[in-house]
Design a protein around this ligand. Structure first.
Ligand SMILES: *[C@@H]1O[C@H](CO)[C@@H](O)[C@H](O)[C@H]1NC(C)=O
Length: 365
């Protein structure tokens, strides 16, 4: 099945529910989902301009503490006004997809505008990119508002740093537990989504950089199959593994974003050419069904969940049981596994930013 080619990480700790006050005329900005935003646009209870103002205000209030955002786009309000005008001119018809929806991008994703693209590093400050990254171009084509850049672990942790720290952005903090790791390297996107600093965000992953911060900040990340989303214009680590994906508050939001950014890009031709044939006709939103797991067989590689304490293991089992309703889970439950890797198992180091075997243990600058 096409949709199983995605590696979907559902919110581990209860994704927030939409609280759009549909029909009441009063738009509920906190925790607003893409569906609620589209409804607001269509009913006239919301404008893109009001939405951008809300997020700019959230960033101004929260970012001095959370440091999830490096820069806001000086043109965001102008883009929102244009989206509002287009919607009015179209009689509401373009209140679909991401039209008029503010997006924060991890700072390694190039945008050809007044924003810098630096992967958090001072070394790239003031450099000018040639063009929008492939995914940024797709966001613009979908009518999204580029709200700003989110703080990564500098160079996406290719040069090892503390999770969520960059020289430009400082230390991103986990909004739920300030002393806990936000995880990286897409720390800023995860925290910004969790703390309502943007409707939706984009992160990138080589090895855990979408999955781990999504998990740590209770948001939903999708790590697309390599090549499903273009890597052109994204500061790389390795073309074999790099991938760009949504980090949002709900599964549905993440799928709306995924729909907007997937597809062939001649500047990442080999990978996107190979992967784009798996994109389902009509996009991914058709799979957003409450009984969507029915008839699915899901493999659970138990090796990924070993050595955790009882609290974590119980939460993990509970979520597996939820998924088990209506679907078939393959693989052994963690309770039947040894608590620690056996002597013959390959040594892997579990770091605060996910599984990693590179660079070599001990290399820290
Ligand atoms: C980009 O960096 C320059 C410094 O080189 C800074 O003056 C400018 O304000 C930055 N752009 C934004 C949108 O913050």
């Amino acid at each position: 099945m096409v949709d199983l080619r995605l590696q979907v990480v559902a919110a581990v700790m209860g994704a927030a529910l939409a609280t759009a006050a549909a029909g009441s005329g009063q738009f509920e900005f906190q925790e607003a989902t893409v569906d609620a935003i589209q409804l607001g646009f269509r009913s006239g209870s919301l404008t893109s301009t009001a939405l951008v103002r809300f997020y700019l205000d959230q960033i101004a209030r929260l970012n001095p503490l959370l440091r999830a955002v490096i820069e806001v786009n000086p043109d965001a309000l102008a883009q929102a006004a244009r989206a509002d005008a287009e919607r009015a001119a179209s009689g509401g018809r373009c209140a679909a997809g991401l039209h008029g929806v503010p997006v924060l991008l991890k700072d390694n994703i190039a945008t050809l505008d007044r924003l810098n693209t630096t992967a958090g590093s001072l070394a790239l400050l003031g450099s000018v990119v040639r063009r929008d990254a492939g995914v940024a171009a797709r966001l613009r084509r979908a009518g999204a508002v580029i709200l700003g850049k989110a703080n990564p672990s500098e160079w996406s942790n290719f040069r090892p740093v503390a999770s969520g720290w960059s020289a430009r952005g400082g230390q991103t903090l986990n909004p739920y537990v300030l002393s806990a790791t936000p995880c990286g390297s897409s720390a800023g996107p995860g925290v910004a989504a969790a703390a309502n600093m943007a409707a939706v965000t984009l992160g990138s992953e080589t090895d855990g950089s979408i999955l781990c911060p999504s998990s740590s900040n209770s948001v939903v990340g999708i790590k697309p199959t390599v090549g499903l989303t273009s890597r052109s214009g994204v500061i790389p680590i390795t073309p074999r593994q790099d991938t760009i994906g949504p980090m949002c508050r709900t599964v549905s939001d993440a799928v709306h974003v995924l729909d907007a950014i997937v597809g062939y890009d001649e500047l990442d031709a080999e990978a996107t050419g190979a992967a784009s044939k798996y994109i389902p006709r009509g996009g991914y939103t058709q799979f957003l069904r409450i009984d969507g797991l029915r008839g699915k067989r899901i493999g659970v590689p138990a090796v990924f969940f070993q050595g955790y304490d009882d609290l974590h293991t119980a939460a993990y089992q509970k979520h597996l049981n939820t998924m088990r309703r209506g679907s078939k889970i393959l693989g052994s439950p963690t309770s039947s596994l040894p608590r620690q890797p056996t002597a013959s198992a390959p040594r892997r180091e579990l770091r605060s930013d996910g599984w990693t075997r590179f660079p070599p243990t001990g290399w820290r600058s």
